[in-house]
Design a protein around this ligand. Structure first.
Ligand code: BTX
Length: 322
């Protein structure tokens, strides 16, 4: 109901602080009894509310759901995450975001689902997205940049996710271009897709899949040896909406920096997480397999590989083995 929404907005403004019953009843224009009933409804939905005499109510913990209400409660951004399209089950959030992109949805729109039945990785590979355990989301951006620079946004997204995971105390590494690994296992995949003319980007759709609260037995046998989740690594349950808020805040900050000053700062941050740089790697592209040292990335986010014989290759898209 809209009263529910208004109530959550009040709590959001209070920023974790107390709201008195009197104040709530005045703002919502309803009786104290009605306030109490709305608070009870929130409790039934999984909100933990602390009630203290004279001070009133405070939200101590929100439920582990990824609907707009939970994401907006405490969100610090100006535009990323301000428009949330939530659905319980979707085929792929990328597909819905693509449609919204064509329909003119504003920058920062986020499509998120509890479950994807046809989650996609690169090259039409499958991305496992079981219900209620991960963050499966697509973020719509409309940067005014040349088309060839779009891959930089994959790296920017990877940095914002890496920072958010570090903030909960986990050490991560990024494997070029789009994997975030914890202890060598994949916890996050990022897929960037474009809506563009040859000379102009209409939208960039950044798809992010994060394994959050899976236990090892949740993983399909194909990936049980290569995948991990934040919960496995921390040993505790992680609130997904809170993590999303941190990602949105980091991303918006980096994105603003990027639009204003270009890729330099992002590149340095990305390199600080990179685990493939300086190492012997095997890069499988569409046409060939190259073995050599990853010596860095270009200012456009392209991987530079040097073969033993000294020849240099610029790799736009490949699977990397370290
Ligand atoms: P990728 O092609 O780099 O990785 C896909 C590969 O990763 C699969 O072939 C499989 O081996 C492995 N894999 C599949 N599922 C998982 C998982 N849950 N955890 C770890 N490893 C896995 C990576 O592509 C890009 C993934 C983007 C996913 C997001 S989710 C929201 C959005 N919607 C959508 O359909 N895709 C994106």
């Amino acid at each position: 109901t809209s009263i529910r929404k208004q109530l959550l907005e009040l709590f959001s403004k209070a920023d974790g602080g107390f709201l008195s019953g009197q104040m709530i009843s005045e703002k919502l224009g309803c009786s104290r009894t009605a306030v109490w009933k709305h608070i009870e409804d929130l409790r039934k939905e999984g909100y933990e509310l602390e009630a203290v005499r004279r001070l009133g109510y405070r939200i101590a913990q929100k439920p582990d759901k990824v609907t707009a209400n939970e994401i907006h409660l405490g969100l610090e951004t100006e535009y990323i995450g301000r428009h949330i399209h939530f659905q319980e089950t979707v085929d792929s959030t990328q597909k819905i975001a693509a449609r919204l992109g064509y329909e003119g949805a504003p920058e920062g729109t986020v499509v998120v689902a509890e479950e994807q039945t046809a989650g996609r990785g690169r090259l039409n590979r499958q991305w496992y997205s079981p219900s209620g355990t991960g963050i499966w989301m697509s973020i719509l951006l409309r940067p005014n940049i040349p088309v060839h620079q779009a891959p930089q946004l994959t790296l920017l997204a990877a940095v914002s996710v890496a920072q958010a995971i570090e903030e909960i105390g986990i050490t991560v590494g990024i494997k070029w271009p789009n994997d975030i690994l914890i202890g060598g296992k994949k916890a996050v995949g990022i897929l960037t897709e474009l809506q563009a003319d040859p000379d102009r980007i209409h939208a960039v759709i950044v798809g992010i899949g994060i394994n959050v609260n899976q236990q090892s037995y949740h993983f399909a046998s194909e990936i049980e040896n290569i995948a991990t989740s934040l919960c496995i690594e921390t040993g505790t349950h992680v609130n997904r909406a809170t993590l999303m808020q941190r990602i949105f805040a980091n991303m918006e900050k980096l994105y603003k920096e990027y639009l204003q000053n270009g890729f330099t700062v992002i590149k340095v941050l990305w390199e600080s997480y990179a685990i493939s740089i300086g190492k012997e790697i095997k890069a499988r592209t569409m046409h060939e397999t190259l073995i050599g040292t990853a010596i860095g990335i270009t200012d456009d986010g392209v991987l530079i590989l040097e073969e033993k014989n000294g020849s240099i290759h610029y790799i736009h898209s490949a699977d990397i083995e370290i």
